[in-house]
Design a protein around this ligand. Structure first.
Ligand code: PMP
Length: 330
C-alpha cells in the first residue's frame, strides 16, 4: 500500500476512463504527424477549468509541474542567478536549480513550518534572490500559505515569484488561490498539476497560469513538440470531466482530517495540512517506524525531518490500515 508520494489513490472513474481512451484512440489516428506544438485545445481547457478570467494566452503546460518548474528555471534562472525557497520544502527545487546551474538559497520557516509575511520579506531582503518559489500548501509539511504572505513576498522580490499550487484543490472549500493575485502582477507565476487531486499522475501533465509575457519566455526554452498528442488528448478528456475527476477530493479531505485527529490521539504531533498528506512529529525513531510499517505492507515517507514522518491520505480503508499498523507498534 503506497502512501508515500501524495498521489490520489482513487483510480479514474470507469466512464471517464472510457471517454479518455476514445479520445486517445482518435489522436492515434494522426500520430504520424507531430502534435499541435501550441497545445491550443489543452490551453483552452485549462483556462476554462481555472476560471478567474484567465485566457489561453495566460496558460502553459508541460509533462508534469516538475517540468514546468524546470522550464521556469531555464527561462529565468541559470548560471549567476539564484532561487530562494523556504525550507523544509519540496525536495525537487534544489535539484532543479542545480540541474539548470541556478544557485539554491534556503530561507527559514518558523518552528511550526509556517511562513509569515514578515519572515518571507526579511528572508527575501537578506538573500536577494533572482527568483522566489513558494509552495502552497507546502510539501512535505502540508502547511497552507496565506495570500498576505504571497503578496508581501511579491512586493519584496525583484524577480519572478512562483507559487507552486500542486495541492491547491485539497485546500478547504472557498479558500482563495494565488490565481486571484495574478491581475496586475506580471512577475507572478502560479504552477499546478493534474498529478494530485486530478488522479492523473501517470499521464504527466502540469501547467501554469501567468502573464502572457512570462508564458512567452517559457516558449523560448521548451523543446519542440514537448507535449505528445496522446498526452494532450488524454488531458483534454480528463478536464472535460473535471467534476467527476475531482469527485473524491472531499473524501480525501475527510481522511486527511481524520489522520490529523487520530495521529494526535495516538500521541503524535500532526501538523495542520491543506493538502492530501499529513506530516507528524513526535516519532522517536522515524527510520525504525518507517521500516516497521513497511514490514506490515504500508509504505509512507521519511522526509528527513528529525522526529517526523509523512503519510498520504488514501481511501478510507488505506487510512484505517495505516492507523491500525501504526497503533500496533505501541
Ligand atoms: N510540486 C510539488 C509541491 C509536489 O509535491 C510535486 C509532486 N510530488 C510536484 C510539484 C511535481 O508533480 P508533477 O511533476 O507530477 O506535476
Amino acid at each position: 500500500m503506497a502512501l508515500n508520494v501524495n498521489e490520489n489513490t482513487h483510480p479514474v472513474p470507469d466512464d471517464v476512463a472510457a471517454d479518455i481512451v476514445a479520445r486517445v484512440a482518435t489522436a492515434i489516428g494522426g500520430v504520424n504527424r507531430y502534435p499541435d506544438r501550441e497545445f491550443t485545445e489543452l490551453r483552452e481547457s485549462l483556462a476554462h477549468y481555472l476560471g478567474h478570467g484567465l485566457t489561453p494566452e495566460n496558460i502553459w503546460a508541460a509533462n508534469g509541474s516538475n517540468e514546468v518548474i524546470q522550464q521556469i528555471l531555464q527561462a529565468f534562472g541559470g548560471p549567476g542567478r539564484s532561487l530562494l525557497g523556504f525550507t523544509p520544502t519540496y525536495s525537487m527545487y534544489p535539484l532543479l536549480a542545480s540541474g539548470t546551474g541556478t544557485v539554491w538559497l534556503a530561507g527559514a520557516r518558523d518552528a511550526e513550518f509556517e511562513l509569515s509575511p514578515e519572515t518571507a520579506v526579511a528572508e527575501i531582503t537578506r538573500l536577494d534572490p533572482d527568483i522566489v518559489i513558494l509552495c502552497a500548501p507546502n510539501n512535505p509539511t502540508g502547511t497552507p500559505l496565506s495570500l498576505e504572505t504571497i503578496a508581501a513576498a511579491y512586493d519584496a522580490a525583484r524577480g519572478m515569484v512562483v507559487v507552486d499550487e500542486a495541492y491547491a484543490e485539497f485546500m478547504p472549500e472557498g479558500e482563495p488561490s494565488a490565481l486571484t493575485l495574478l491581475p496586475g502582477r506580471p512577475r507572478l507565476l502560479v504552477s499546478r498539476t493534474m498529478s494530485k487531486a486530478f488522479a492523473f499522475a501517470g499521464a504527466r501533465v502540469g501547467y501554469l497560469a501567468a502573464d502572457p509575457a512570462a508564458v512567452d519566455a517559457l516558449r523560448l526554452v521548451r523543446l519542440p513538440y514537448h507535449l505528445s498528442a496522446l498526452t494532450q488528448a488524454a488531458a483534454v478528456g480528463a478536464l472535460a470531466h473535471s467534476d467527476e475527476m475531482l469527485g473524491m477530493v472531499g473524501e480525501i479531505r475527510v481522511q486527511r482530517d481524520r489522520l490529523v485527529r487520530e495521529l494526535a490521539g495516538l500521541g503524535y504531533r500532526p501538523h495542520r495540512s491543506g493538502s492530501n498528506f499529513v506530516l507528524f512529529g513526535g516519532v522517536a525513531d522515524p527510520h525504525a517506524t518507517f521500516e516497521a510499517l513497511l514490514a506490515q505492507g504500508v509504505l509512507i515517507r521519511d522526509v528527513g525531518i528529525p522526529g517526523h514522518l509523512r503519510v498520504t491520505a488514501g481511501t478510507e480503508a488505506e487510512t484505517t490500515a495505516f492507523l491500525t499498523a501504526l497503533a500496533s507498534l505501541g
